[in-house]
Design a protein around this ligand. Structure first.
Ligand SMILES: NC(=O)CC(=O)C(=O)O
Length: 272
């Protein structure tokens, strides 16, 4: 859970040091926050964006180098990605050999308006991704979503159906939706699908334009909090035993009890 500032080079240096510390501390998989190389704002995204496919991305290069040198899988939070005329909120996933194993572009953009509390419209600058991301790593099959993606249970269900062990959500909830929904959503996605959920937020900076809630966590398949932190910058660790997925699914065989004859994902638009 990193502190993020307006200086991109400093953010990259800082993330590199944190990955090094985490790997030296025994981590086999490291998860970074959403938008860790820039302030979370529509004004910043175009300025800090990097072209990952063109190989013009110091942030991604650092992640790849660190994955290789520390032999650790990295779920690289997210950065603003430039691709042609489009910008995306993108998470790069690196294997422990430093290879790019997958790239998730935030599918559900954060466009909300809670009067008097928070208004944000990512679609002013960003384009949504159009695919889900599942990667096989040395530390299991990982599904990736970014922040607002966690609000869509269909995505997590799809990942569960594809055999994912853990869904990683880099995310930057805020001072309104964070206390209301952040922990609830992480537990819900874990319990609904009987798998692990890991989240990573930026540390809270009360003087930032967008104040992140923090409270990054790792949740087990029974909804138990395996590790979590508060608002400050932190590196924290969890031991994850995927055998618990099988055990929980045997204890409570939701998958076999599902009544697909009664509900189908055909039209789930809210009726108001
Ligand atoms: N920042 C986000 O993408 C999501 C968020 O803050 C929320 O869903 O609330």
């Amino acid at each position: 859970q990193l502190s993020i500032c307006a200086d991109k080079e400093q953010n990259i240096r800082h993330a590199r040091e944190a990955i090094q510390t985490a790997a030296d501390g025994g981590s086999k998989l490291v998860l970074l926050p959403e938008m860790w190389n820039c302030p979370y704002s529509n004004a910043s995204f175009p300025i800090y964006a990097e072209d990952i496919d063109a190989g013009d991305s110091p942030s991604s290069k650092m992640l790849s180098d660190m994955a290789k040198s520390k032999e650790v899988t990295i779920i690289g939070g997210s950065i603003p990605e430039r691709s042609g005329n489009h910008l995306y909120n993108t998470c790069c996933i690196y294997g422990k050999d430093g290879s790019l194993k997958g790239k998730h572009r935030k599918v559900h953009l954060f466009d909300i308006d809670i009067p008097g509390k928070i208004q944000f419209k990512e679609s002013d600058t960003l384009t949504p991704g159009d695919k889900y991301t599942v990667v096989d790593t040395d530390v299991g099959r990982i599904g990736v979503g970014i922040c607002y993606d966690i609000r869509f249970p269909e995505m997590a269900m799809t990942y569960a159906a594809r055999g994912v062990h853990m869904i990683c959500y880099p995310g930057a909830f805020n001072m309104t939706t964070g206390p209301a929904h952040w922990e609830l959503l992480q537990k819900a996605r874990a319990v609904d699908n009987q798998l692990f959920v890991a989240t990573c937020s930026p540390a809270r900076n009360p003087s930032a334009g967008y104040v992140a809630w923090g409270h990054s966590s790792v949740i087990g398949p029974f909804g138990e909090i395996l590790a979590s932190t508060g608002r400050e910058e932190a590196i924290f660790y969890a031991d994850i035993d995927y055998a618990q997925i099988k055990e929980r699914r045997m204890n409570m065989p939701l998958d076999h009890q599902r009544r697909g004859d009664l509900y189908q994902l055909v039209d789930l638009t809210f009726t108001t």
